[in-house]
Design a protein around this ligand. Structure first.
Ligand SMILES: *Cc1c(COP(=O)(O)O)cnc(C)c1O
Length: 385
């Protein structure tokens, strides 16, 4: 029997051992050490920001970002329903409530509906957006670059300015994605809104086991985030604290992985794009199947590939998942929409239609950056049989 073809696994090399050996020999294994600084510098240089601040996870990064953007108890934050739940939970950590938006055909936040919601369902006075149905203040928008496909940042920045809202970019899936055209040509996802967050969880495009990175063009916000991530210590010797902080900083062990992984990021993206094109050429000839495309005016990192299983296909999406699994091919349906999840079903959601369509039809297929051409062919063969 042939090997299992996993959905998405890390692409690690034993070369990392050299860095790990150094952490062991020097004893710098916790939240201090040279790899942390080196990794922060490398990420900042890669995405083109002055500074980047590391943290324990993408989720921790999003939590700190929302906090320094001023989201607090009783506020509301506009979020997409079609994403991983970690993008939304930090809203609740701060005692605020999410308002759920639909996606468009790129799977990203539908900016037309967002605008219609702000225009028709909210009141905008003295620089403040009040949600008419709840009477609460809307402070921010969280946009997710889903599967590494860049969101409509031009429109989002216009909306953000017009309504005086904060814009947080969840770029956890989009490290390496950037725009090639328009106002933000050659700007990376994550570096355009008020704050951007990346993740290095094991299934992301590069990994540190677990970890995150926060970027912003506002140095003060980053300084505040950095301060809060180490227990808000104002005096390192006498341990004085003027605020409630968090233990959210990345460890040197995680960063030891990161400094090595980021040097390979461009080659990982090349592989992802090549494999995507192979899939795309094959799927074109299969009746009833499609492959979701990435925006042509961007260099998307092609992190995850989404198969669309249409009605004309020989079996439905869930049957296909089981069939492929029997052949040792791991796939995954889309996330359960967040507005329907238990902790969130009482929250407001606005005209959600597209997300439901995609939730029922998409299947993510193997996409690791160490996926071999033969394995792509094997998946294509099973899809076409
Ligand atoms: C992975 C992910 C996160 C969370 O990142 P962690 O590092 O796992 O905490 C948040 N949002 C989205 C959209 C993600 O895919």
């Amino acid at each position: 029997m042939s090997q299992v073809i996993p959905l998405s696994v890390p692409n690690l090399s034993l070369d990392i051992l050299e860095n790990l050996r150094e952490t062991i020999e020097t004893g710098w294994v916790s939240t201090g050490g040279r790899f942390i600084e080196e990794f922060e510098k490398k990420v900042a240089a890669y995405v083109g920001t002055e500074r980047a601040v590391s943290c324990q996870s993408g989720t921790a990064g999003l939590h700190l970002a929302l906090k320094v953007l001023g989201v607090e108890y009783g506020d509301e934050v506009i979020v997409p329903t079609l994403t991983f739940i970690a993008a939304v939970n930090p809203v609740k950590y701060l005692g605020a409530e999410p308002v759920f938006m639909d996606c468009d055909d790129t799977l990203n936040l539908d900016v037309n509906k967002l605008e219609a919601f702000l225009e028709e369902e909210c009141q905008f006075t003295d620089g403040t957006v009040i949600n008419k149905s709840t009477g609460k203040k809307i402070k921010a928008i969280i946009v997710v670059h889903v599967f590494g496909n860049p969101a409509s940042m031009e429109r989002l920045m216009e909306i953000k300015e017009k309504y005086n809202l904060k814009l947080l970019e969840d770029a956890t899936e989009a490290l390496g994605s950037y725009y090639k055209d328009g106002t933000f040509a050659y700007r990376h996802c994550g570096t355009i809104g008020d704050i951007g967050v990346y993740s290095f969880n094991a299934n992301k495009i590069i990994t540190t086991g677990g970890g995150g990175m926060i970027v912003s063009n506002n140095g003060e916000l980053l300084e505040e985030i950095s301060f809060l991530s180490v227990q808000a210590k104002t005096d390192p010797l006498y341990f004085t604290h003027d605020e409630v902080g968090y233990n959210y900083r990345m460890t040197n062990i995680q960063a030891a992985f990161g400094t090595h992984q980021i040097d390979q990021l461009e080659s990982f993206i090349d592989t992802k794009i090549n494999n995507y094109n192979l899939y795309s050429n094959g799927i074109e000839h299969i009746e009833g199947l499609g492959l979701l495309s990435f925006r042509k005016d961007t260099r998307a990192n092609h992190w995850f590939y989404s198969l669309i299983v249409e009605e004309q296909y020989k079996v439905n999406r869930d049957e296909l998942l089981i069939q492929l699994n029997n052949f040792g091919i791991q796939t995954r349906p889309l996330w359960g929409l967040i507005h329907k999840q238990k902790p969130y079903c009482a929250n407001q959601s606005y005209r959600i239609e597209n997300a439901i369509f995609y939730e029922e039809r998409l299947l993510n297929i193997p996409c690791s950056s160490n996926l071999k051409q033969e394995q792509v062919m094997e998946v294509l063969k099973r899809l076409g049989d």
